[in-house]
Design a protein around this ligand. Structure first.
Ligand code: HEC
Length: 146
């Protein structure tokens, strides 16, 4: 059984040590992991302009990116890889709401430059190292599972 004073030392010591570990790991993440994993060197003026368009047009009102946002429309973290540049450009420049699957995307009718900025942003996001997020669906073979 710990005495009251050794329990206090144990508690304070544990708190200080875990707090220091937290500080060191946070510093490591911010100064080393984030720049490497996000490929900071690829954040061009075009990517930044795309991010501004992303925010000012409330894309997250319907879409998620990095899992954040609304669930009305497709997740867009890997949309560049999934759909390719041409498809995205058609969606973003379309004068009529893009809706091959029923739900309607806003017909922003972006010009070429704006569409390219958004595409650059989506390409950059898609190439960041997210430790495997979003996971690929694990399709189970129905042929051999009887
Ligand atoms: C009102 C809701 C809404 C908003 C706001 C919205 N979208 Fe969409 N978006 C959709 C829907 C719904 C689809 C799927 C349409 C379909 O495929 O039938 C879509 C599809 C897309 C696609 C193709 C995705 C895929 O996997 O096929 C891209 C890229 C896209 N949106 C980008 C954007 C961007 C960039 C913005 C902001 C500038 C934005 N969207 C704002 C509803 C929205």
């Amino acid at each position: 059984m710990l005495s009251k004073s050794s329990a206090r030392i144990f508690f304070l010591g544990g708190t200080v040590v875990t707090f220091l570990i937290f500080i060191v790991l946070s510093w490591r993440s911010i100064s080393q992991d984030v720049p490497v994993k996000t490929h900071e060197e690829n954040i061009t003026a075009q990517v930044i302009a795309g991010k501004h368009l992303w925010e000012s047009n409330n894309c997250m009102g319907c879409h998620t990116i990095l899992g954040e946002g609304a669930y009305y429309a497709p997740e867009l973290t890997k949309v560049y890889e999934r759909r390719g540049e041409g498809y995205i450009k058609v969606v973003l420049t379309s004068k009529a709401p893009w809706a091959p699957r029923g739900r309607k995307m806003v017909a922003y009718g972006f010009n070429d430059q704006q569409a390219d900025e958004l595409i650059a942003f989506l390409k950059w996001i898609g190439e960041t190292d997210l430790n495997g997020f979003p996971p690929k669906p694990a399709y189970k073979s129905t042929l051999n599972s009887q």
